[in-house]
Unconditional design. Structure first.
Length: 533
């Protein structure tokens, strides 16, 4: 009997130990946010944060003068306030005094130091340094000079008025970094970053895993005065196969999946774009506008005779049902681009574009054929394999109107190069905003931006458009400037150098216990407000 009781006691103790260990493990799990990157992170240096995987990580590690909220409003960051001179050329930033760099040996054993205005002078000078060749240098192209007035005041003067400038400063390129990291011989900042963000660097085994830990000195608090972030850590894996990453998410090993890959979109979504019933209990879907306009472009000074005629370009715009295309080929992920090139979700959106009107399309084509004698206009559409389904749908719709459309499939890199060099007359392209201002999209049509030196791949040139574009740079009133944007977008639609297809949507999938992740039109990943229940 005594032996049996001893045995029973041992079993009870073991069960209690296992139960406590399991509970402890679960408690730890809710403090760690896990996601997978199928693409590599190229650098943890914000000056080189050009690609999305790197931008997402740098967004957790670094801060700048200003930041964006989920509605793309510019908010204080390290700058607690700022003023802009009446001529729109001088920006004066008043800095917080409670922002510290992450603890690092650079500042002494387990030490840190306060961020001061001269740190921004150093960081922006580094961005301009030709020897460093940072891809983010372009955000300062309108800057004449900058200086630290004192430890808590930083000033930037522009060489011309540029109302979208504050938006540029929200990009990770403009983050503050400590000079000590670059003064110390042999210190590899790319792989051992030191910032001010809500999380600090812990481990990076390239293409395997990356771990960030909570910054205990972070300066931001929530509405209730609780210090951010809520999470203790962020853990990132690097499985290159998107399907494998999705399976990890379904198994509960990851907390988050961004976007929809063709390999699993029909698994997780219904044909109408809703979350499949079998995932409704364990998964949450978050969607919102994404500042990406998918479009087709015409090279207006190319060799293709038919696309040089505005009637053909307009007919192609009228000649297909955008809403039907999005429903059946993209499971409802997107909004029909019937309002110009400026996407839904960005101030300036609202110009009149093209609705589906096959009768009007046929009239325009008939007028072209009668005047030119070209009764079988042949047009070649160049695209990549990932958009072949859309290209073939358009081909069928346009052939119904009497147009001879050929589809040419190219590798993505080859297509990009051919578009820039004018080797294709009609091409599939997309434009994702770098900063939250419609000028980003209208720059595609400014005559001084002809490719390959600029983003005007269609070589569209219109004196009235150029006049409005230049006037918008001098307009500091946001409402008036956005009206100018709408006029420019309407002018572009009338001349039809492009066929807008759809405005993209960002889609995020999280486990049901994830809260506070949010979504924004730039698809930035912000984890300082995220928690797991």
């Amino acid at each position: 009997m005594r032996l049996f009781l001893k045995y029973l006691y041992s079993i009870s103790f073991l069960l209690l130990f296992v139960s406590c260990s399991k509970k402890e493990e679960e408690n730890k799990d809710v403090l760690v946010f896990r996601y997978n990157e199928n693409a590599a992170v190229n650098s943890l240096d914000p000056a080189f944060a050009k690609i999305r995987p790197s931008i997402w990580v740098c967004n957790q590690l670094f801060n700048g003068l200003v930041q964006l909220d989920d509605s793309l409003h510019i908010k204080p960051d390290i700058a607690r306030s700022w003023t802009v001179s009446p001529d729109g050329k001088t920006y004066t930033f008043n800095l917080r005094k409670d922002v510290y760099f992450h603890k690092n040996i650079l500042f002494g054993k387990d030490s840190t130091r306060t961020v001061v205005a001269s740190d921004f002078t150093y960081s922006l000078n580094r961005l301009l340094d030709e020897k460093i060749a940072a891809p983010g240098r372009w955000i300062l192209q309108s800057v004449e000079k900058f200086e630290a007035v004192n430890d808590s005041v930083f000033q930037i003067k522009l060489n011309k008025t540029f109302p979208a400038f504050l938006g540029l400063l929200t990009m990770k390129y403009a983050s503050v970094v400590p000079h000590e990291a670059f003064d110390k011989p042999g210190y590899d900042f790319r792989a051992n970053p030191v910032g001010t963000g809500p999380f600090q660097f812990k481990i990076w085994e390239e293409n395997v895993k990356l771990v960030l830990r909570k910054n205990p000195l972070y300066f931001e608090k929530d509405d209730k005065g609780v210090q951010l972030p809520y999470l203790e850590a962020v853990a990132i894996t690097f499985l290159p196969d998107k399907q494998s990453g999705f399976l990890q998410f379904v198994q509960g090993k990851l907390d988050f999946v961004s976007g929809l890959d063709p390999s699993y979109k029909d698994e997780i979504l219904t044909p109408k774009g809703e979350l499949a019933p079998k995932y409704s209990k364990d998964v949450k879907m978050i969607t919102g506008p994404y500042l990406n306009t998918e479009y087709l472009g015409f090279r207006l000074d190319g060799a293709d005779k038919a696309v040089k005629d505005k009637r053909i370009r307009q007919a192609l715009n009228y000649g297909f049902d955008r809403a039907k295309m999005i429903l059946f080929l993209r499971n409802g992920r997107g909004t029909a681009a019937t309002g110009g090139m400026i996407p839904n979700g960005l101030p300036g959106f609202g110009a009149k574009g093209y609705d589906y009107n096959p009768v009007k399309a046929r009239e325009l084509i008939a007028g072209y054929k009668k005047q030119t004698g070209d009764n079988n206009p042949a047009i070649q559409l160049s695209t990549s394999a990932s958009y072949l389904d859309i290209a073939e749908y358009l081909q069928r719709e346009w052939q119904k109107l009497g147009l001879n459309i050929q589809v040419d499939v190219n590798p993505p890199s080859t297509l990009t190069q051919s578009i820039s060099n004018g080797k294709v007359g009609f091409f599939k392209a997309s434009w994702i905003a770098d900063y939250p201002d419609a000028e980003n999209y209208l720059s595609l049509f400014y005559s001084k931006n002809f490719s390959p030196g600029g983003p005007n791949y269609t070589h569209f040139s219109n004196p009235e458009f150029d006049r409005l574009y230049e006037a918008a740079f001098l307009e500091t009133d946001d409402t008036k400037r956005q009206e100018l944007y709408k006029k420019m977008d309407a002018l572009v639609m009338e001349e039809a150098p492009v066929v807008p297809l759809f405005y993209d949507k960002a889609s995020r999938f999280t486990r049901s216990n994830v809260m506070g992740l949010g979504i924004n039109p730039l698809n930035l990943l912000v984890l300082k407000h995220t928690k797991k229940d």
